[in-house]
Every structure is written in structure tokens, then in C-alpha cells.
Write a protein that binds this ligand. Structure first.
Ligand code: C5P
Length: 398
């Protein structure tokens, strides 16, 4: 329940994407939020208030003269109780009013009376989105501190293709969750590696390991939620890229090494979560190895891969380096000796039997201040705690 106890006012304006707002209400409620829907008159032409009332479990407000509000100040009451205001879909007309401070209906009035963050998810035809007036309004809203979510590009209800589609409900939900996280890494740039590597033996075979990538992906998400610009160099995994994260796909340790070195100079933090193969076949064979072609099974000669983390830590001005130590025994001893040999300020230890492939994990952080055990928890929760520790270490470095 990522939004437990949060009170969100969801404004719905007139656009065909209003149907997606119904799904959004369901997702917000499922995460524990109390959702109060406010619709413009035009929005009620697309979806009826009854739909939103049923999904939110609360009567919907559309009218600033609503007789149900005893003090006749619905705009003040509604914005006062909100932890966040979200308008999805936000039409071109609504954005124009917002940019100019107009308040001629309940939604525009309560938004003007806000005392909390405002997020808007624009939805409109491609040409309306590109119109210079809309561009001007968007620039004004950005400088007024309004968070603009999307829009996405793709097929539109009008038959055109281009920018202006509202984000999907699931994507807006993730932005809402991120919005409530402390922005501990605002303006920071974070580079991560995650997943296994695949070291080719021949065109169809290789050496790899069971890393799922889940921990690295959770940290990428948590860093982005904390306001960082995140680049994720990922080995082969079957996970979707976390929202707002720039992912670079690689396969082998050498590719991961090259991708990291191409990006590292721009980053404040480097977190090596990947389970990089220590060795690779010295000479991958160009054609598939055939069974029985030789009298004996073919030997596979191995050579050592570069240690990406240790190399980054040795750079003249390295980013804050964080490593992982996945061990099956003697975690304290191995993690601390790894921290010292790689000369990194923070290493995250986990016992392999606790975390590999699963959604939960148990971690211990090792740094100059000693050991900090983190209680068993879902990987995203642990990732947020790790991000908080990294933010503290970064602040101490400056
Ligand atoms: O030395 P060991 O493989 O146990 O160290 C694990 C840590 O080092 C992890 O953070 C891992 O991502 C990183 N590493 C690396 N390049 C390698 C091997 C490990 O970046 N070739």
C-alpha cells in the first residue's frame, strides 16, 4: 500500500482520456489513497460522475455552487484536505486557464486555492499539443512548479499519431507514488549496473548466473523516485525498465565495462549491483560447437573479466561507489574485505539464500561507520533505505 493515508484530489477535465481516469481511481484506491474526484462540466460528457463515485466510494463534485457544501466553500474545503492535487486528463483548455490563473469553475478554483503539489497529465490532439499557445502555457506551468506528467506519443483517438496521449493509468500511479518520496537525490546523477552477464561460448551457448536483476532495478527506481537522473546498464533480464530511467542493454561483462566507462564521468554515484561473471571463454567459437566433432569434450579456456567496480573506484575523481557482496557464508568477513580491497565507501551485503530471484531481501550495509543491518523487506523498500544512506554519504563528502 504505497499511498496509505494519502488524500488525493483527482480533477478530471473534458477529453476522451477521461475513461482512463476511471482505471486510475481504482489503482490509487488499491494503493490505499482516499480519492476525491472533481469533474469539469465537459468531463461529465465523457464519463458520468456515477462511475467515479462507485470507484472512489465518495460523491463526486462538479459544481462550485453545490448545495451539499454547508459553507459554500467547496474549493477551499477540498484543496485544504488534499496531500496532492492530480488532474488527469488535463485538457488544453484547462492548462490555459491554469497558466493564466483563471478560476471560473470548481476545479480551476480549487486548484488556484491549493496548498500542496499539483500534478497534471495532459491529454490532447497532437496539433493542440504543438500549438505555440499550449507550449507557452506549459512553460509557464513548469516555472510555476506544476509537475507535468507525460504526455506520451502514439495513436490518438482522433486517428492521428504523435505526442499528446495521456500516460497510462499505471504510469500516472507510479508518478504519484514517486511524488511522495523524499527528494534525497534531487539534481544528482546515478549510474547502476544490474542483472547477470552472459559470456558467449559459441553463438547459442554461454556462461551466465541466476541474478534476476530485481534488486538493481528496485534501486534504479528508488533513485529516480528520489529525484536523481538514472542510467541503468543492464545485463539480460526479463524486467520492464523502471519509469523515467535511461536503460542501456548489454550482454557480456566487456560490454557492461564499456557502457559504464562511457557514462561514469557524468555521474555522482555508481552502484554496481550486477552479478558480473568473473571469467569469460577466452575464444568464443564463431560456429555452433557440434557434439562428437572431437574425440574428447571440447575444453573451455577461461580468462578473467575486468572488475568494473574496482576500476571505477580507482579513477582520479570517482563517483561515490557502492558495491554488492552476495555471499553464501561469512557475510561480514567477506563483505568488509571486499569493501577494503576495492577501496569503496559502501558495500551492501546479502546472503544469497535470502535474496536471489525473490521479491524480498535481507541486507547489511557496511561503511566506515560500521554495519547497518536492514530488516527483511521487499526489495523496493530496502532500495529506498539504501538510497537514503547514499544521500547521507554524498552530503558528508561535500
Ligand atoms: O569481487 P566480487 O565479484 O565478489 O564483487 C562484487 C561487487 O563487484 C558487485 O558490486 C559487482 O557488481 C562488482 N563487480 C564488478 N565487476 C566484476 C565483478 C564484480 O563491477 N567483474
Amino acid at each position: 500500500m504505497e499511498l496509505a493515508g494519502r488524500h488525493i484530489v483527482l480533477g478530471v477535465t473534458g477529453g476522451i482520456a477521461a475513461y482512463k481516469a476511471a482505471e486510475l481511481v481504482r489503482l490509487l484506491v488499491r494503493e490505499g489513497a482516499a480519492v476525491q474526484v472533481v469533474m469539469t462540466e465537459a468531463a461529465t460528457r465523457f464519463v458520468t460522475p456515477v462511475t467515479f463515485q462507485a470507484l472512489s466510494g465518495r460523491p463526486v463534485f462538479t459544481d462550485q455552487w453545490d448545495p451539499r457544501v454547508a459553507n459554500n466553500m467547496a474549493h477551499i474545503d477540498l484543496s485544504r484536505e488534499a496531500d496532492a492535487l492530480l488532474v488527469a486528463p488535463a485538457s488544453a483548455d484547462f492548462l490555459a486557464k491554469l497558466a493564466n490563473g483563471l478560476a471560473d469553475d470548481l476545479l480551476t478554483t480549487l486548484v488556484l486555492a491549493r496548498d500542496c503539489r499539483l500534478l497534471v497529465a495532459p491529454a490532447m490532439n497532437r496539433q493542440m499539443w504543438e500549438n505555440p499557445a499550449t507550449c507557452r502555457n506549459l512553460a509557464t506551468l513548469r516555472s510555476d512548479g506544476v509537475d507535468i506528467l507525460g504526455p506520451a506519443s502514439g495513436d490518438q483517438a482522433c486517428g492521428e499519431t504523435g505526442l499528446g496521449r495521456m500516460l497510462e493509468a499505471e504510469e500516472i500511479l507510479l508518478e504519484m507514488v514517486a511524488h511522495f518520496q523524499p527528494r534525497l537525490l534531487a539534481d544528482k546523477r546515478v549510474l547502476l549496473t544490474a542483472g547477470p552477464t552472459f559470456e558467449a561460448i559459441d553463438p547459442v551457448r554461454g556462461i551466465t548466473n541466476l541474478s534476476s536483476g530485481k534488486m538493481g532495478y528496485a534501486i534504479a527506481r528508488a533513485a529516480r523516485e528520489a529525484g536523481a537522473q538514472v542510467t541503468l546498464v543492464s545485463g539480460p533480464v526479463s524486467l520492464p525498465c523502471p519509469q523515467g530511467v535511461n536503460r542501456i542493454d548489454v550482454s557480456s561483462a566487456l560490454q557492461m565495462h564499456a557502457a559504464v566507462h562511457g557514462k561514469v564521468a557524468e555521474n555522482d554515484v555508481f552502484i554496481a549491483v550486477a552479478a558480473v561473471a568473473d571469467y569469460r571463454p577466452a575464444m568464443p567459437v564463431a560456429q555452433k560447437i557440434k557434439k562428437g566433432a572431437q574425440a574428447a569434450p571440447p575444453p573451455i579456456e577461461l580468462v578473467q573479466n575486468p572488475d568494473i567496480l574496482a576500476e571505477v573506484a580507482m579513477l582520479p575523481a570517482p563517483p561515490l561507489c557502492v558495491g554488492f557482496a552476495a555471499e553464501s557464508e561469512k557475510l561480514d568477513e567477506y563483505a568488509e574485505s571486499k569493501r577494503r580491497s576495492k577501496k569503496i565507501p559502501l558495500i551492501v551485503g546479502n546472503l544469497i539464500n535470502d535474496g536471489f530471484g525473490g521479491d524480498d531481501n535481507t541486507l547489511i550495509l557496511f561503511d566506515d561507520d560500521g554495519q547497518h543491518p536492514l530488516a527483511p523487506a521487499p526489495k523496493l523498500q530496502l532500495a529506498r533505505q539504501l538510497v537514503a544512506r547514499i544521500a547521507t554519504l554524498l552530503a558528508e563528502r561535500q
